[in-house]
Design a protein around this ligand. Structure first.
Ligand SMILES: *Cc1c(COP(=O)(O)O)cnc(C)c1O
Length: 440
């Protein structure tokens, strides 16, 4: 039965993408420069994209798609935003990199810090991973302790000591999720489940003398969207304070996404260190970490925690970030984005509910996620293998109809300012009819 549907809807050609992908396999492991891009969890070759404008992009076969991946989050203003483009072109006309401080770096730093109550000072780096790696070193440098606590179902980039998942049973010591990570690094990481106060308290109490910091995605958005209750995040804050442990909010996705001040502002919880990435660079490689004056004074050259970067605060990247952040500060920006996303996600959830399908959308601000099941999903182990199977079918059907989602059931979707209510209404109709197909 399902095969018929697949044949009927296999109309969009991806032959040029397929050809380029075959070629890319000669150059790059798996044909890609970042693993999820390879489309392993869904069907067909990955799209090779040549151009984007607003909410849409175009592949090498000249198919146009409404894009809900938005470069995995950075493009909150959509593709090829005019102000970003103009500012980048102006900057790049004067050179690409100087390896010196620039006025542009000051401008972006000032704009961010003046509008963020949760950090006093910041340092720009070139990726989210680098921001997290530096934040962890800072926490260790400040506390003189070495262990890090992370949560199962949170992703923090490919930092050695954070590519660790929970071990079997109740053991809080984890196992690495990648080859090439020394056991001695893994030993420095403790893993606890999300939304589990007892496990958290017990771990902090037992190891408090050795724990430098707890790191969490306050809006966990890399393993589905595992939204936590504010009360759990507040509990985490209080526990860290009580045990003399620093709290790091990894806001590489949630920063500038759920509000200008990210999740810290959304929940009004003050972490000790915050990491940023994705949106902060407007599509260019930028990350950052920030904290109070007191904590940041430990960073070199003021302090003894070393951290550096040849291309840190690169002027071209700073101008893309600046042009982005300026637009985010327009009154009503986030309210508008959240409102249209809400209309979109509830129309789909309502449809699934009316039909009795075991699925719903979970969302916050302009982030959404297809949860397969009817219960709210808050922890990694609640995601069942059937989700991958259903998502694969949905992804395929949507691709055939010009809608692009991140290629895995664990990826969240993003709505950008460039998605119009009409785009979203049309997408909702298409998505609902594809949901009918995959549950028929
Ligand atoms: C994307 C992401 C990272 C890694 O950022 P990169 O720029 O890919 O290195 C780290 N933490 C979170 C929460 C992320 O979403």
């Amino acid at each position: 039965m399902y095969l018929c549907v697949m044949e009927l809807t296999n109309t969009i050609q991806r032959s040029k993408s397929a050809e380029l992908f075959e070629e890319a396999k000669h150059y790059f492991p798996g044909g890609v420069n970042s693993p999820v891009r390879a489309f392993k969890s869904v069907s067909g070759p990955p799209l090779f994209i040549k151009e984007g404008n607003g909410a849409r992009f175009i592949d090498e076969d000249d198919n146009t798609y409404l894009d809900f991946c938005c470069s995995w989050g950075p493009l909150i203003l959509g593709h090829n935003n005019q102000q970003i483009r103009e500012m980048v072109i102006e900057t790049v006309g004067k050179g690409t990199s100087f390896g010196t401080p620039t006025r542009l770096g000051n401008q972006l730093g000032k704009l961010i810090l003046e509008n963020n109550r949760y950090i006093d000072k910041m340092r720009f780096v070139s990726s989210g991973t680098e921001a997290v790696m530096s934040a962890i070193r800072l926490a260790r440098g400040v506390t003189g302790k070495s262990k890090v606590v992370k949560f199962e179902g949170c992703y923090h980039g490919h930092v050695d000591s954070l590519l660790v998942k929970a071990g079997s049973g109740l053991a809080t010591f984890g196992v690495s999720t990648s080859a090439g990570i020394p056991a001695s690094f893994v030993e420095e990481t403790l893993v606890v489940p999300l939304n589990d106060r007892e496990a958290l308290s017990a771990t902090l109490k037992k190891h408090q003398a050795d724990i430098a910091c707890v790191i969490i995605e306050p809006v966990p958005a890399n393993n589905g969207l595992l939204l936590q209750d504010k009360s759990f995040l507040q509990f985490l804050r209080d526990e860290c304070t009580a045990h003399g442990i620093l709290l790091i909010f990894d806001e590489v996705i949630s920063g500038f996404r759920v509000g200008f001040e990210g999740a810290a502002g959304y929940y009004d919880i003050q972490p000790d260190i915050i990491t940023y990435g994705k949106i902060i660079g407007g599509g260019m490689p930028v990350g950052a970490y920030g904290a109070s004056h007191k904590i940041m004074k430990h960073i070199a050259p003021d302090g003894d925690v070393y951290q550096a970067g040849t291309l840190s605060a690169n002027p071209v990247a700073m101008s893309a970030g600046y042009a982005t952040v300026l637009q985010l500060l327009q009154p009503g920006f986030y309210e508008n984005l959240a409102e249209k996303t809400q209309v979109f996600t509830s129309s789909i959830s309502d449809h699934a509910k009316a039909k009795g399908y075991p699925m719903h959308l979970q969302s916050i601000g302009s982030i959404f996620w297809f949860a397969f099941g009817t219960e709210r999903v808050m922890t990694a182990d609640q995601i069942k293998p059937v989700a991958s199977e259903k998502f694969r079918l949905l992804h395929h059907e949507l691709l055939q109809r010009g809608i692009y989602l991140g290629p895995s059931t664990y990826e969240v979707g993003f709505v950008s300012a460039a998605h119009t209510p009409a785009d979203l209404a049309e997408a909702s109709q298409t998505i609902c009819s594809c949901i009918d197909l995959i549950f028929s």
